[in-house]
Design a protein around this ligand. Structure first.
Ligand code: HEC
Length: 623
């Protein structure tokens, strides 16, 4: 088990695309003799090791910063459970459980605070990018008047400022930039509002646990929102959704969106007309150590009132509660149907009053028709309008890698739809919904006649880390497809074709390949380095911006695929706090272009990717 643990942790990623694991497996192994260990077992394990509903699984506690755990015990949600403990004992438990790399946060130089709170009025009135997908249809297409970066000047982009997340080893939350402010989450649970021009801190908010989701802002689409600052929405890895005031960072509400102990939120919420839609995923797929009764989680989307956090509806991807269906060869009970997690951001179709989501695999056998599927839900009730399953019989869990008897007897390929689907307005009112799968397939459905795909194309060999992993883009003309095709995903002999990492453009209406830009291997043997693109991408008029797993961010000519600009984010740079820091692999969220500047997060210590903790901001000539 010990030798296999890193592999297990690494795999969690792809599986849930989202949920994560500690940087190393050390806490559990080395920590057994720590003074907090016995206390944990005496005071906490009965809930956190036992899949008690609502209690986050221990694997989540291992992802938290020790000071956040201490805070929960000393004066937060767990103060009653910890009432019998001394202050020292609470600290011991926090040190034993938490991610030690985050403890270093306390020693890092603090980032500078802005002298003026609000920034310049000119910057405040500039248009921005308010959500992960840029628009309701998740096009990832940034209009020219928002990007304000002429094609001819892209080659002159230089680093303007860099921001190191204190104590972090990954930077995965795609930044959102509006009103001259950049909003971003981080590994120790701190959400930052930074001055977009200089990187100084306007405010911070501390969530309970890591914030991997992009930050999403409300629009002025209701009268009551015209007079006030936009609301800020995000989720944390222990399944809580939050709303803050964008001006002050003050908490407006916090809601736990699912009772399952493994529930997590890793994809961007979607906002529309006073409602916020939260995609719910889980880490249960990776909880499948020998003897685990797999599996009881089902994915869902939860609609919340944007002003109060009250639940309006919750739609499970799977209708029935998972029930016992048999036993494994070792006699452990199996529950089904399970899984079909939602770790992609919902797409909103205003015209049809529908919300589209992509789902992941089933965790246990028998599989059902809800895994690796696109679901169209009624915006106002959550009722399912239609389902289109793209890969059938995909029941898989991490037990398949561990070979521990938890794996379904006929395992599927783990070909989730983890990238948010994207809505393409076609001719004559015929709208296409384009989905990218971890299989490397890209499939377009006519949303009014979804039974048969309009087009499909296979661009990658696929695998448990994609294929398409986190997000596509389109500019109505082309759909741009990033392919990861990681070389070594430690699968058991299921991947035999050569990889095709890189960026591809296909005709949005026909799916015909327009150009390919294969990513060349510049890793020269560097550990955990891969040439492909897993993170989501963005398009501005004339150019596509993509962050690669080798740490390079590139701009591609949208017409030809020619590389216009490259920057290696793994090199060390001086940050706004005066520290030297570096990025790593780019994963999860991708580059965003606003007001003539390009912003990208770099560093992804999970699942055989290069660690790093940098937010980089580029401008023409660095001015
Ligand atoms: C009786 C069951 C129970 C016991 C015992 C218990 N917990 Fe919890 N714990 C929970 C539940 C339930 C939640 C989620 C509460 C919520 O989200 O409203 C939780 C949440 C947490 C959180 C997240 C808190 C936050 O602010 O987000 C931490 C950290 C935590 N527990 C640590 C511990 C530690 C350490 C101990 C032992 C000292 C402990 N818990 C004992 C049930 C328990």
């Amino acid at each position: 088990m010990t030798t296999k643990l890193p592999a297990l942790l690494a795999v969690i990623a792809c599986a849930v695309g989202a949920a994560s694991a500690p940087a190393s497996a050390a806490p559990a192994a080395a920590g057994a003799t720590m003074p907090g260990a016995a206390l944990y077992h005496a005071f906490c394990a009965q809930c956190h090791d036992k899949a008690i509903y609502k209690a986050p699984a221990r694997s989540f506690l291992n992802l938290m910063a020790p000071d956040a755990i201490y805070g929960a015990l000393a004066g937060g949600l767990m103060r009653q459970q910890a009432a019998a403990l001394t202050d020292k004992q609470k600290r011991w438990i926090a040190d034993y459980l938490g991610d030690a790399s985050l403890a270093r946060a306390a020693q890092a130089a603090p980032p500078p605070t802005c002298v003026t709170r609000g920034g310049s009025p000119a910057a405040r009135s500039q248009p921005g990018v308010y959500s992960w997908g840029v628009d309701l249809g998740n096009s990832h297409s940034i209009p020219g008047d928002v990007a304000r970066l002429p094609l001819g000047e892209i080659g002159r982009l230089k680093l303007k400022w860099a921001f190191a997340y204190p104590g972090a080893q990954r930077a995965r939350s795609q930044p959102t930039i509006a009103m001259g402010t950049l909003f971003v989450g981080s590994q120790n649970g701190t959400v930052y509002a930074l001055d977009a021009a200089s990187g100084c801190v306007r405010w911070t908010f501390r969530a309970s646990a890591e914030v991997r989701t992009p930050i999403v802002l409300s629009r002025t689409d209701l009268p009551e929102l015209r007079a006030r600052a936009p609301l800020v929405f995000f989720g944390d890895i222990i399944g809580r959704a939050y709303a803050l005031d964008s001006k002050s960072g003050k908490l407006l509400w916090m809601t736990r969106v699912d009772e399952h102990p493994s529930a997590t939120i890793t994809a961007a919420p979607a906002y529309y007309k006073g409602q916020v839609y939260i995609p719910v995923s889980s880490l249960e797929e990776a909880a499948t150590i020998a003897g685990y009764e797999c599996c009881t989680f089902r994915g869902s989307v939860v609609a919340l009132d944007a002003f109060t956090g009250a639940q309006l509806w919750k739609r499970y991807t799977i209708d029935q509660t998972p029930a016992p269906v048999g036993v494994t060869s070792a006699g452990t009970r199996v529950f089904a149907p399970s899984g079909a997690a939602v770790w992609s951001s919902p797409t909103i179709d205003r015209k049809r009053r529908v919300l589209y989501i992509g789902t992941g695999d089933n965790y246990s056998q028998p599989a059902d028709d809800r895994s690796d599927a696109v679901l169209a839900l009624d915006l106002h009730t959550g009722a399912i309008r239609w389902i289109h399953q793209m890969v059938a019989a995909d029941a898989w869990n991490v037990g398949c890698i561990l070979d521990n008897g938890e794996c379904p007897t006929k395992p599927g390929p783990d070909f989730d739809i983890g990238a948010g689907t994207t809505l393409v307005k076609g001719r004559g009112g015929r709208d296409l919904l384009v989905a990218g799968l971890k299989s490397g397939d890209v499939i377009a459905l006519d949303v009014d006649h979804p039974a048969k795909p309009v087009w499909s194309i296979r661009l990658g060999r696929g695998g448990i880390q994609g294929g398409v992993q986190f997000g596509l883009a389109h500019d109505r003309n082309n759909v741009y497809v990033p392919i990861s095709d990681m070389a070594q995903t430690h699968e058991r002999g299921t991947v035999t074709e050569p990889p095709h990492p890189g960026l591809y453009a296909v005709d949005a209406l026909t799916g015909k390949l327009r150009w390919s830009a294969p990513a060349h291997d510049r890793c020269v043997g560097r550990a955990d380095c891969d040439p492909g693109i897993a993170a989501s991408i963005s398009v501005i008029p004339g150019a596509v911006f993509a962050g690669h797993m080798d740490g390079r961010v590139r701009a591609y000519d949208a017409l030809s695929g020619r590389v216009l600009w490259t920057y290696d984010t793994t090199r060390s740079v001086k940050t706004v706090s005066g520290e030297i820091a570096h990025g790593g692999s780019i994963g999860g969220g991708g580059p965003v272009v606003v007001g003539g500047m390009v912003y990208v997060n770099s560093g992804y210590n999970l699942y055989w990717h290069m660690p790093g903790n940098l937010l980089l901001a580029f401008s023409v000539d660095g001015k």
